[in-house]
Design a protein around this ligand. Sequence first.
Ligand code: PHE
Length: 363
Amino acid sequence: MDLEAFSSQLTALRDRALTALEDAVDPDALEEVASAYLGRKGELTALLSGIGALPAADRPRVGALANPIRQQLDAAVATRRERLNSIALEVRLAQERIDVTMPGRALTRGSLHPIPETYREIVRVLGRFGFVTFDSPEVETDELNFQLLNIPADHPARDLWDTIYVEPPASDAATATSLEAPTVEAPRWLLRTHTSPGQIRAMREMRPPIRLLTPGRCYRHEAVDASHGFEFFQVEGLMVDEGTTMAHLRGLLDEFAHALFGAERPTRFRPGYYPFTEPSVAFDIQCVVCDGSGCSACGRSGWMTILGAGMVHPVVMRNGGLDPERYQGFAFGMGIDRIAMLRHGIPDLRAFLADDLRFLERS
Ligand code: PHE
């Protein structure tokens, strides 16, 4: 091979290599092309190894021709490599791009059911007077629900408070030994008909002064309608101390009614009857719908009864282990459902237990 042929092969090789480099579309392809031409076993290397066949005088000239071409190709590889890397980066950036202006996923917030919400409000108001929550069980004994509250087995008041009787829990013997035996044959365990058994439990557990609120679910035999449930919520209030009078009860309930239904709302006591309080009262507020003029919500009377109350009966005081000569107390019981209905204008108490999200999400 003479110098001229060598030189033209070299140029041809260069042109092919340059085209191949331009055609390499990703870094892997590029490295393949680079080693096919410039690697240890590449074409350029192979061509240059033929240099030995040339006359000795021509060899330096071949070197002078080949070196710039190798440099040119090395530079072309480097340029192409850089270009492909920057394309790859651009592609990645485009793929990983985050649109920070995109609206986020909305978080749905829960809300309190109107019953606990109303109970919290009751605690907020009465808590300022020192009343604290005292829990009492829903499954109760006949003694605590009735007998110790001055309602013997044959008492007519039981007709108002019929309920569901249940099998005794396994721990019956353990929990009930401190209580008197039932006076007549009657199922001992029931679903409580009111929160008043909490009065006895509290008096037996703590010493006066006592100021507590017992909230929770109660059960009664009821024909269910918009204002009666067989399952409903009450909160019991109890205060026991030396020198407690009905005036304290009246003052407290006024504060309560004014906090929940407006400072100007008139209130009144009416005589009432409960076996476990003496005297007993019904506590009324002026109708929140008609403000006293008389409407269907208040049975045209202009008043709404929101709770029953009275002075703790001496028999109940004694059943709670306290001396009625020394201590006096008052108690009150109200339907949380009813208070919640009045506060929020809820027309039907069945909504509280129906689990309808449209209702629950509005509170
Ligand atoms: N326990 C009574 C009821 O369920 C309410 C009440 C409680 C009355 C405390 C007087 C005192 O109707």
